[in-house]
Write a protein that binds this ligand. Structure first.
Ligand SMILES: [Zn+2]
Length: 165
């Protein structure tokens, strides 16, 4: 259950251990700042969590003992939908549809809206003809538009959002 005590994704930040790469991408799709550590470098992970005030998300039980005193959420399920639901429920987060797709799924960087003329020649012709709104990742220069991945993920997103309302 989520009421006015829920806070938006713009505020809460995460850092995830190596087994949760897919979850990290999904948190980014939801607009959350989610750093993913691809190898188990505990020292780096702990320092980064403390420095940036990030909540550690992990399924690694041996790591949980090492992170005493640091905000940590142990992810129970192996299933993505269940993982997202657990995070939203236990941290009292309300996924905000307006913040979805605001961040590069690969780089975790906030996307910039770009003028359509700016990306002419950089996307397939039919995309240019049929889409009006484009976003650019300032880090990897990937271009996002509403058809690029929004359609594929909306069903999962809707089910998770509906479940937390
Ligand atoms: Zn990027």
């Amino acid at each position: 259950m989520c009421r006015q005590d829920c806070i938006s994704g713009a505020i809460m930040k995460f850092i995830l251990t190596p087994e949760l790469g897919r979850l990290a991408k999904w948190l980014r799709i939801f607009g959350f700042d989610a750093v993913y550590v691809s190898e188990t470098n505990y020292a780096f992970l702990l320092i980064r969590a403390l420095r940036d005030n990030r909540i550690i998300l992990t399924r690694n039980s041996s790591f949980i003992n090492k992170a005493k005193g640091i905000r940590l959420l142990r992810i129970k399920s192996e299933q993505l939908n269940q993982q997202l639901r657990q995070i939203f429920r236990e941290l009292k987060l309300k996924p905000n549809p307006e913040e979805m797709f605001s961040r590069c799924v690969i780089c975790n960087v906030v996307l910039e809206k770009v003028d359509k003329q700016y990306i002419k020649g950089m996307v397939p012709e039919y995309v240019f003809m049929t889409q009006e709104i484009f976003f650019l990742c300032p880090s990897c220069r990937r271009i996002y538009w509403s058809g690029s991945h929004w359609g594929n993920v909306s069903r999962v997103a809707e089910s998770v959002i509906t479940d937390t309302e």
